[in-house]
Structure formats: C-alpha cells, structure tokens
Design a protein around this ligand. Structure first.
Ligand code: GUN
Ligand code: FE
Length: 438
C-alpha cells in the first residue's frame, strides 16, 4: 500500500480543547470548534487539521472523504479507572464497598484464572469501550497474570492505547484470589517485560488497595516502581469510611490511608488513585505535592453509597483529575452518562460543573491525569488519531432540545445529560474505524 493510500480524510464539525489548563474557567478560551472541518490522518496520527475550505485542496486525487457533516467529532474518551473482570457483575444488589467485594466481586474475579474465559471477556470489554466512545482506559485485571495477557492481546490486535496491570493482593481476600509478595513481584515483572511499551500498551503496577496487601507486598510494588520508573501505579484510595478505618487499624504506624502508599514510594507522577471521596487535608496536599492523579468515579460512588467527590477542591488544589466509570461498582461504560452523574454529584455540593469542564475531564484532562496529554486528548498535529463521531440528536428528547439557535455549551450539556451509547455513531482507534453504530 502506498504512503498516499494510507491517508484518510475526515470531514465534519470538530470540537476539542487545544491545551491543558489549571482551572476550569480557562477551558473556554482553549476550546476549538471547527464547523465544517477537515482532518487528515496518516499512519494513525493527525497530519493536518483545519477548515474544509482551507484544507480540501490537500486531499490527493482518489482519496475518499469520510463525510460526517451534521455530526460532532471529538477526541476519544479517556476512562481513568475501570475493572474489566467486573463487566459481568454490574448491578450486584444491596451492599457497600467491603461487603460488595466479598459477596459479589471476589467470586466474579475467580473465573479469570481461565485464559479462555479471560479472552472471551476481554473481547466483550473492548467492544463495550468502543461502542461507548472510549479509546483509552486504565484498567484493573485480576490477580491472575492470564487475565492481563488476554486483555493486552485484545487491545494489541487493534492497536488501542491501554494501560493495565495484574492485581497484587496477598491478604484479606479468599485463598483462591491471593498471590504472595514474591509471586506478585515476579508475575508483575514478567508482564512489564512482555507488555510495557509493546505498541501502544503500558503497564500499571496494581496493588488492589492497602487492606489487601501486606507491608511486604507494598515494598515489592515499590521495588517494581524503582526498577521500571515509567510504569504506572493504579490503586484505590479513601473510597468508603469503613475502608479508611480498616486501613488505619492495619497500618497504625502510618499517618493515614494515603501515607501507607506514600511511605512505599507509590505516590507521584503516573500514580492514579481511584475515588478519593474522603480525603483529609494533608492527603489533598500530598497528592498535589507528589503530582499524583485522581480518578473521579461518580456512578460508582453513588451506587455503593460511598460519598461525594469534591471536584471543586481538586481544582483548587491543582490536582489532576480524570473520569472513571469504575465498572463493576460503576453502572455504565458510557462517559456521557458518567458526566451526567458527575454533574449531579457536584450539584449536591453547590458546584455547577460546566459542559466544557465535563468535556475536558473526559478527554484532554483525562489524558493529562494519565500523563498522556502530549500524545492523545485533542486534534493537534502529530497526536494519535483516536476519536469519536457523536450524533447530537440520537434520541427523541435530544431532538426536542436541539436546534440551531442553541449555543455550543447547551448542545454539549444536553448531550452529556441525555446522551448514552446511542450517541456514539462511529469510533476510530489509531486512525481505523473500529465501531459503527447499527
Ligand atoms: N476497593 C478495592 N477493590 C475495589 C474494587 O474492585 N472496586 C471498588 N470500587 N473499590 C475497590
Ligand atoms: Fe475500582
């Protein structure tokens, strides 16, 4: 195939945010809306981006233009916290975190020692991400290394940018899900060697949360981090009040929950802490001072009755935040629905989350939380070509609310309030069409 033939031309209305921000008020001035725009892609990267009028003469003879006029093309969504081996248990009834783990989650994760099953569920999982417009995710596997092999194989097949890791868990869970400090080290190390920077894949060292790791295991996580400084660290933090009390009882020598991770060198750039609903003041400061990131998981926090994440405070403290669906405590793979719930969580705390703020968190802000804002998250030249074609009038209610007199802010807000998987018309990963709504 000649160079020229690998070129793709995409036409439509484009919306992105050109640079990362420190405060939500700054987002609007970096918003880029190109009505009737053109994007040229080559080898999975953005080669040219601008208006159709300016760019149409750049399209070589014989190249078919994918025309999405009337649709809204946005960067692929970034999910900063999700468990792929919990897809089959969404909607488990009645419990808060600790009982939910014992009663529903651990039994579900047990099956992932079977590579065949893990492969089947990896295919299902990636399909769900794509049909919801999510093109990058930070993902928990199970304790079984096979679970991570299966997921990475599936992501690798479509050259999807994905960060994942094997759970490290050597206490306070059923025997069938436990590793040891030693095996968690050796298995994680082998997975890092196999997958980290293999194509677009990256590895996250993944201790489940402080209660399920011995101090010896956290020391092994630290050792891995020191040996592979550009891997990620992915865990849970301050999600539920009983959980926090438990951590304090298990680690009385530490100043608090986050100090357990901090003591073992697990905070820092590319450390992502899911939830952070009940942080104490020094913990906010520690996250900021270490450059750590937070995954805000509204559907999960509401579903498990965990509490309300204080996004306003995170902005104030200048801590990086991305959105997480947290399947299977979260109740949707869909980022629009996740933003819808985030808006309500903030309403309950007297903060009006704007549609621009929401859109930022789901795209470039999420990329920044994962340290990937130089390579994904908007349509700047050279960025990886992961994007979604949204249909703003996918549902009857949206059609009622949508006419040409509404502002861009309103259009976006209606989309995040009323939109769902029906809003996702096409998904592209690495410049390739990977999902078409039927
Ligand atoms: N804390 C420890 N493990 C989990 C999990 O699987 N889901 C959630 N939401 N919180 C956790
Ligand atoms: Fe989680």
């Amino acid at each position: 195939m000649s160079e020229q033939h690998s070129l793709k031309a995409i036409r439509g209305n484009f919306l992105d945010i050109v640079k990362t921000v420190e405060q939500p008020e700054e987002i609007e001035s970096h918003l880029r809306f190109i009505e009737d725009g053109l994007m040229l892609l080559r080898s999975g990267k953005v080669e040219w981006f601008g208006t159709w009028q300016e760019g149409k003469h750049l399209i070589p003879e014989g190249i078919r233009v994918r025309d999405y006029s009337g649709k809204m093309i946005v960067p692929g969504f970034v999910d900063t916290h999700i468990h792929y081996p919990q897809s089959e248990m969404v909607g488990a009834y009645g419990e808060q975190l600790l009982e939910w783990l014992n009663k529903h989650t651990f039994p579900a994760e047990r099956r992932y020692n079977d590579i065949e099953y893990a492969r089947e569920m990896s295919a299902f999982f990636i399909k769900q991400l794509l049909r919801n417009g999510t093109t990058t995710a930070l993902v928990f596997g199970t304790v079984h290394p096979e679970s991570v092999d299966a997921l990475f194989e599936a992501a690798h097949n479509i050259n999807m940018r994905m960060i994942a890791g094997k759970v490290m868990m050597d206490r306070n869970a059923p025997d069938y899900l436990l590793d040891t400090a030693e095996t968690s080290y050796s298995q994680s190390k082998a997975l890092i060697e196999r997958w980290h920077h293999n194509g677009r894949l990256l590895y996250a060292i993944t201790p489940r949360f402080a209660p399920t790791s011995t101090p010896e295991q956290l020391a092994m996580a630290q050792r891995l981090r020191e040996e592979y400084p550009d891997t990620y660290l992915h865990t849970h933090l301050c999600e539920n009040k009983d959980e926090i009390e438990w951590v304090k009882a298990l680690y009385p020598e530490r100043k608090g929950y986050l100090d357990v991770y901090h003591h073992y060198g697990l905070t820092g750039k590319n450390s992502v802490f899911a939830h952070c609903v009940h942080l104490e003041e020094p913990e906010w400061d520690c996250l900021r001072d270490t450059g750590s990131s937070i995954a805000f998981c509204p559907t999960s926090n509401l579903y498990l009755g965990s509490g309300l994440f204080n996004l306003k405070k995170a902005w104030h403290k200048q801590i990086k935040v991305g959105m997480g669906t947290d399947i299977g405590a979260g109740t949707t793979f869909n980022m629009l629905q996740t933003l819808n719930e985030a808006y309500k969580v903030m309403q309950l705390q007297g903060w009006r989350m704007s549609a621009y703020e929401a859109f930022y968190l789901a795209t470039l802000g999420g990329a920044k939380a994962l340290g990937l804002d130089d390579i994904i998250g908007n349509f700047n030249i050279g960025k990886e070509a992961d994007f979604v074609v949204l249909e703003p009038t996918a549902t009857p209610l949206q059609q009622l609310r949508y006419d040409n007199s509404v502002t861009l802010m309103d259009k976006l807000f209606v989309m995040m309030t009323l939109g769902d998987d029906r809003s996702i018309y096409r998904t592209y990963v690495d410049g390739q069409l990977v999902y078409e709504r039927t």
